[in-house]
Design a protein around this ligand. Structure first.
Ligand SMILES: [Ca+2]
Ligand SMILES: [Ca+2]
Length: 184
């Protein structure tokens, strides 16, 4: 079956409901069953790159490092507008893939998708997972970052230095990392 047409996934406009996954959806309302079919074609392996994101095979992780500084909420919105989310590094493998990618492992502070805005001290990723701090090389979640006039209210997290995680005031502006989980 040829689905890799001219390096584009093409389907008639009137039956296309989305450009991403799944490729085929078959359902029966009577039988209350749904079957999803995902076709893998050679070109799809490079989707992450083609979308302008970095492909970190070891994760696997498909992320984009945005160097412009915005507050945490804006970063979250910008990632969502680009069909993604603020990056979620909720296991050691993802953490390692991210920090080992290129360079010497150093990463400037950049927003990631974990916050303790709902309950102070209880850090939760945007996918609902609790933050496990065991695999971060240093953890500075002290609810303080010197942001004026609200120094003792750091509820959003950023990557920091060599494998670390730090908390900052959510209104502070920082670079941010978006993730396209649909391209991983
Ligand atoms: Ca906090
Ligand atoms: Ca802090």
């Amino acid at each position: 079956m040829r689905v890799d047409l001219d390096r584009r996934l093409a389907s008639p406009e009137r039956i296309r409901s989305g450009s991403l996954r799944p490729d085929i959806l078959i359902w029966s309302t009577q039988g209350k069953k749904m079957v999803t079919v995902e076709l893998t074609v050679p070109w799809e392996e490079r989707c992450c790159h083609l979308a302008g994101y970095a492909w970190m095979e070891d994760g696997p992780l498909c992320v984009k490092m945005h160097s412009n500084s915005v507050n945490w909420d804006t970063a979250k919105t910008l990632c969502e507008q680009d069909h993604g989310r603020l990056a979620i590094l909720d296991n050691a493998k993802l953490h390692q893939a991210y920090f080992n990618y290129g360079g010497d492992g150093y990463r400037d502070a950049a927003w990631i998708g974990v916050t303790d805005q709902d309950t102070e001290g209880s850090w939760v990723w945007l996918n609902g997972a609790d933050l496990n701090t065991s695999y971060w090389s240093f953890v500075q979640l002290n609810n303080y970052d010197g942001y004026l006039p609200d120094k003792f209210n750091a509820d959003c997290a950023a990557t920091g230095g060599y494998g670390g995680i730090i908390d900052l005031h959510c209104l502070k502006t920082k670079p941010f990392i978006c993730q396209r989980i649909d391209l991983e």
